[in-house]
Design a binder for this molecule. Structure first.
Ligand code: HEM
Ligand code: HEM
Length: 188
């Protein structure tokens, strides 16, 4: 009986998945909110908070990628069509690229800014700029746009990702969602 169950993700993979997912969703909303504000002291604090959470996401995502490269993910359910398998793999690796690329672009943006604003993580730890960057308005603007478009790409992938998870759960009725969300009742 046990051998017929789809293996779950490991505890570490599950904790990192949900922690990073919550942080990224908060970061997407927070980023837009802070951009819409008039310049004032609170806006400055929110930018520092955005950078702090962003660097935290970067560090956690690198750890998660290392974990993933050294631990296999459970196999996809049998019966998935080749294009569905390709879609799952492509979107998962796409997420890794964006989870690391988006904060990297943000870090490059502030490092290239000719106006020097020191990044202080959670008001405690001074965070360095990317070493060896020549500050220029052009590079800052390029990284600002890259950062913004990567954030939109996360939103697009997230819609696809949640749609796929719900389809697995409610239409295919397999354990793809429950193995990442173990408090849900398994289907098999
Ligand atoms: C996964 C992590 C991150 C996400 C999802 C994220 C998302 C966003 C979003 C949605 C915006 C608003 C974009 C706009 O409307 O133009 C934004 C702006 C910004 N982010 Fe991030 N961010 C992340 C990490 C970082 C990091 C690590 C830094 C810097 C260390 C950073 C620095 C900034 C700055 C300075 C802005 C102001 C926008 C600008 O001048 O272009 N972000 N971010
Ligand atoms: C920005 C937020 C999110 C990010 C960046 C993200 C990223 C990822 C990544 C990279 C994987 C692949 C794990 C691996 O094999 O290494 C994954 C798996 C998964 N995610 Fe998310 N996720 C997010 C939000 C969500 C949400 C809101 C749901 C809920 C519907 C969800 C449900 C799942 C499920 C069910 C899996 C397992 C897929 C499988 O077994 O093949 N994710 N996620």
């Amino acid at each position: 009986m046990g051998s017929t169950l789809t293996p779950s993700y490991s505890k570490v993979a599950i904790i990192l998945h949900w922690l990073i997912a919550l942080l990224i969703i908060g970061q997407l909303i927070g980023g837009k909110v802070m951009m819409a504000m008039d310049p004032n002291a609170l806006k400055f604090e929110l930018f520092q908070l955005h950078k702090s959470f962003g660097i935290l996401i970067l560090i956690l995502s690198v750890l998660r990628l290392l974990w993933r490269l050294t631990h296999k993910a459970p196999p996809l359910p049998e019966g998935m069509k080749p294009y569905e398998r390709f879609g799952a793999k492509f979107s998962h690796w796409g997420f890794y690229v964006l989870m690391i690329g988006t904060p990297l672009a943000g870090w490059l943006m502030v490092s290239a800014n000719p106006t020097i604003i020191t990044t202080k993580l959670f008001k405690l730890v001074k965070w360095p700029d990317v070493p060896g960057i020549a500050r220029s308005e052009a590079l800052k603007d390029l990284m600002s746009q890259t950062h913004e478009y990567m954030a939109y790409a996360i939103i697009a992938l997230l819609i696809l990702h949640v749609g796929a998870a719900l389809k697995h759960h409610f239409i295919n009725q397999d354990d793809v969602l429950t193995r990442m969300l173990p408090f849900l009742k398994r289907k098999t």
